[in-house]
Ligand binder design. Structure first.
Ligand code: NAD
Length: 641
């Protein structure tokens, strides 16, 4: 192929991008050729390292060749793009995980698809002409090719800034943001490549490296962190608009050019990725959810039209007023079911799941697993059918061949009974993954029982409610051994957006009840503050505008506002239909008090929240209402009750 030169020189596998007139833009054929070369060198003892460089001095690789994607997409053929991206992302993961050193020399532009080839290796060399960027929001995509991994790991909020503004990074900036490793003046590159080809190892690179000329990002870090800390694009824009400075003006101007839907989705992807469970596979899988839908539902075709077809540079974006509803972002990032990105080594098809407890939460979680290719066999004492699930006649029958058994049950007593029933029927080495919210003691007792019979156990209660279960965006708080957690991880990736390994068995439940104790108390505080504000004659919207951006802010106020018509959509706007029922809050607060008593912890706020919610459910018409319905309760009362 003329666009790329692949050969071995000595013990070095050599890849040279050779389309300098097209700024070495990556075609589908080039992707496949690189993958084939890497596969063939992986186990070959004669190849000890790989060097990737590019012809011409203007660019290492300015991106993917998007003209072809446009042609097929405008004809209504979305499959070509989807296959292109899936194959490209598989290659990106291979470079990231390659077992031998991969050394790349990144002169000029390295953007988008170029980052996927040049910035995932072990030694990424930049020079004086290097300019690295993730400009995808400008064409209606999100940063992809695994770029969100680096963005999520970049210091502070650099990732949100770089992803939504498409700012170009100099060598020093790229090193700061984690897209490059070493600065070596470009005149020295030919000699270094010669020596690598003659058998020198990558150590010579560090010896040749110098300090890069100063970039701009380090000086902007404090301002970036201050303005890009919000939960959503709307928070970030509000923050930037609030403050008139050279930085905010320049930043808003850059963001004005980009697709609002893409920017909002970028912020959401980075927030979902950030945390200890981040992996390249997870980054690519989330990116693919967006790119898979980008032609049909996103701004991608319009973005390319304006940028490279008509070149009018005036794209007509959806949500041009930059007000992107949360639902639009969720829709772009919903799990893809059977179309989920599959990277090599992910054998989801082979995984057999037994699922016990197919109620409000369990049924949609099981459906997501089935859509991702798992074989799911289920059992529930009251539910007789669930989407994607083959029902069994008993719990023991449902778990017999399973690699992983998931339980989603009402409480600890039921969990103990079900565990006693299923553990003897489970295979040796299989994993029991309990996602119910139960007391710490029950979780630990079942873990001990599982360990005694040669099985693994993880307690992984969830946050995110029924919407999160259906959308595959739950957060899991997990307790168990490293081995057990690792076995559960691919399932967390399907059912949720984030999994935090909190410690040994029981630690997940401990985290959950602490979280919900805070939630119960802050919701009550938020509701009573609204009731006070009403009586002081303060407008509820003004109250929200102040508190949601002041020190009284919390999830209860900002994301789940208990006042109807104020803040984002919440159960308050639906007559307090749960959502998260008040009686479930009573249960969780009861669990935290039970745990506090067991370890002699002083939790007066938690105890009071428990008492108030119990009273609400038992005596005050709270049963069956959302837990935010505390607001009308407070509104109707005076100080004497
Ligand atoms: P649910 O009552 O809708 O579902 C529980 C299911 O378990 C029911 O279908 C029930 O028939 C089944 N079941 C009970 N005993 C059984 C047994 N012995 N064998 C098999 N099946 C049995 O409850 P849910 O809302 O799905 O909640 C499940 C768990 O998730 C609870 O622990 C809850 O605290 C927790 N949780 C719920 C939410 C939420 O918003 N609903 C949010 C976070 C966590």
């Amino acid at each position: 192929m003329t666009d790329i030169r692949i050969r071995t020189t000595g013990t070095t596998g050599r890849i040279t991008l050779a389309r300098p007139k097209a700024l070495n833009a990556m075609t589908y054929q080039m992707c496949l050729a690189i993958e084939e070369a890497l596969d063939s060198w992986r186990d070959k003892a004669e190849v000890t390292q790989v060097v990737i460089d590019a012809e011409g001095d203007r660019a290492f690789c300015a991106g993917g060749d998007i003209a072809e994607l446009y042609d097929t997409g405008t004809r209504g053929d979305f499959a070509y793009g989807q296959t292109f991206w899936a194959d490209e992302y598989r290659l990106n993961a291979k470079i990231f995980e390659y077992p031998k050193p991969v050394i790349s020399f990144l002169q000029g532009f390295t953007m988008g698809g170029g980052v996927g080839i040049g910035c995932h290796g072990s030694h990424r060399i930049v020079g004086q002409s290097s300019q690295i960027a993730m400009p995808e929001c400008g064409i209606g995509l999100v940063p992809d090719v695994g770029g969100t991994l680096m963005l999520a790991l970049a210091p502070g909020r650099l990732g949100e800034y770089l992803g939504t503004t498409a700012t170009r990074m100099s060598a020093a900036d790229a090193i700061l943001a984690g897209f490059a490793d070493l600065y070596v003046p470009e005149e020295r590159w030919p000699d270094l490549i010669d020596r690598l080809e003659q058998g020198a190892g990558p150590d010579i690179l560090a010896n040749a490296a110098q300090e890069a000329p100063a970039g701009t990002l380090a000086d902007l870090q404090e301002e970036i962190d201050r303005h890009f800390g919000g939960e959503t694009l709307a928070d970030i824009l509000a923050n930037l608009r609030h403050d008139d400075s050279d930085f905010t003006r320049d930043t808003l101007k850059k963001m004005q050019r980009n697709s609002p839907l893409s920017m909002a989705s970028t912020v959401e992807i980075l927030h979902r990725l950030r945390g200890p469970s981040i992996t390249i596979a997870k980054a690519l899988e989330l990116e693919y959810r967006f790119t898979f839908r980008a032609m049909e539902h996103g701004d991608f075709l319009e973005g390319i039209r304006a940028a490279i077809i008509d070149k009018d540079r005036t794209p007509k974006w959806q949500f041009a007023d930059q007000k992107v509803p949360a639902a639009a972002v969720s829709k772009m990032l919903m799990p893809l079911g059977k179309n989920t990105l599959k990277l090599e080594g992910k054998q989801m098809d082979a995984l057999k799941i037994g699922f016990i407890g197919l109620g409000n939460m369990g049924a949609p979680m099981a459906a997501n697993l089935a859509r991702a290719g798992c074989t799911v066999t289920g059992f529930d004492t009251a539910v007789s059918a669930a989407e994607g699930v083959t029902m069994a006649a008993s719990a023991a029958e449902a778990v017999r061949d399973a690699d992983v058994v998931i339980t989603m049950l009402p409480n600890g007593d039921i969990l103990r009974r079900v565990a006693a029933d299923v553990l003897p029927a489970m295979q040796q080495g299989a994993l029991l993954l309990d996602c119910s919210t139960v007391d710490v003691e029950s979780a630990r007792a079942v873990a001990e029982q599982a360990g005694g019979s040669g099985q693994l156990f993880v307690d992984a209660p969830v946050s995110g409610g029924i919407g999160g279960a259906a959308g595959g965006t739950l957060t899991f708080m997990a307790g168990g051994t490293e081995q057990a957690f690792a076995k559960a991880q691919p399932l967390f990736d399907i059912m949720g957006q984030k999994a935090v390994h909190c410690g040994d068995a029981g630690a997940g439940q401990a985290a959950k009840i602490c979280n919900n104790m805070i939630l119960g108390a802050t919701m009550i505080a938020t509701c009573e503050a609204f009731a006070l504000a009403d009586k002081l004659g303060l407008d509820r919207q003004k109250m929200f505008d102040v508190v949601s951006t002041s020190s009284g802010y919390s999830w209860s106020m900002n994301a789940y506002c208990p006042a109807p018509g104020v803040g984002p959509a919440s159960p308050a706007d639906n007559d307090y239909t749960p959502g998260f029922a008040a009686e479930l809050m009573v249960k969780d607060l009861g669990l935290s008090q039970q745990a506090a008593e067991a370890v002699d912890a002083d939790t007066p706020m938690g105890a009071l929240a428990h008492r108030l919610y119990r009273q609400f459910v038992q005596d005050e018409d709270g049963l069956g209402k959302d837990f935010s319905a505390m607001l009308p309760r407070f509104s109707e009362r005076g100080r004497s009750g």
